[in-house]
Write a protein that binds this ligand. Structure first.
Ligand SMILES: Cc1cc2nc3c(=O)[nH]c(=O)nc-3n(C[C@H](O)[C@H](O)[C@H](O)COP(=O)(O)O)c2cc1C
Length: 155
């Protein structure tokens, strides 16, 4: 047959572990490589306490700040399909996802966005991320309530 094997990456950011669990399950289910998008300066509990107007998360959001990422994906060019996961922050993707996206060439990549949230949907996240990933085809964008919903991402 000789069909080219699709090479898949699951890249995710998770501040509190919920998205991480789904990302790990997804990578296992699909045989994908896994890359954790870690801010160079890790978030402390105080940093993500959004009820505090002066917390880092609010300053980053309001200032539209870039959030530098630790490390890089090796062999990025080899991936055809990228699952990009994150928690919904302020009805969208956290700034660190924008910064991650800006760091790579997305030409020809197929992209599936997945997120966890406290109840919000994924909103206009795909439209908002698209300018940071020119050339990518965003196939899907979905909030997952739990691992049982992973199958829905794959179809
Ligand atoms: C700074 C911040 C902003 C958030 N904003 C939202 C929001 O707008 N809507 C929502 O449903 N949940 C919001 N949440 C809750 C997270 O989306 C939810 O707890 C998510 O599952 C956390 O994923 P994680 O454990 O992978 O970090 C927010 C959480 C934080 C820390």
């Amino acid at each position: 047959m000789g069909g080219k094997r699709v090479k898949t990456l699951v890249a995710y950011f998770s501040a509190q572990g919920t998205t991480a669990k789904l990302a790990e399950a997804l990578a296992e289910r699909t045989g994908a490589d896994l890359f954790e998008i870690r801010p160079r300066e890790p978030y402390t509990a105080a940093d993500i306490k959004w009820t505090n107007p002066l917390a880092r998360c609010n300053r980053e959001k309001i200032g539209k700040k870039d959030v530098p990422v630790a490390g890089t994906v090796s062999d990025w060019a080899s991936y055809d399909l990228v699952y990009l996961g994150f928690p919904i922050w302020y009805y969208g993707a956290p700034n660190v996802i924008d910064t991650f996206a800006k760091g790579y060439d997305w030409t020809g990549k197929r992209v599936v966005l997945f997120a966890t949230s406290g109840g919000s949907g994924i909103g206009r996240t795909a439209e908002k991320l698209q300018p940071y990933m020119p050339g990518a085809a965003i196939l899907k964008a979905q909030v997952l309530q739990g691992p049982a919903e992973l199958e829905g991402l794959l179809s």
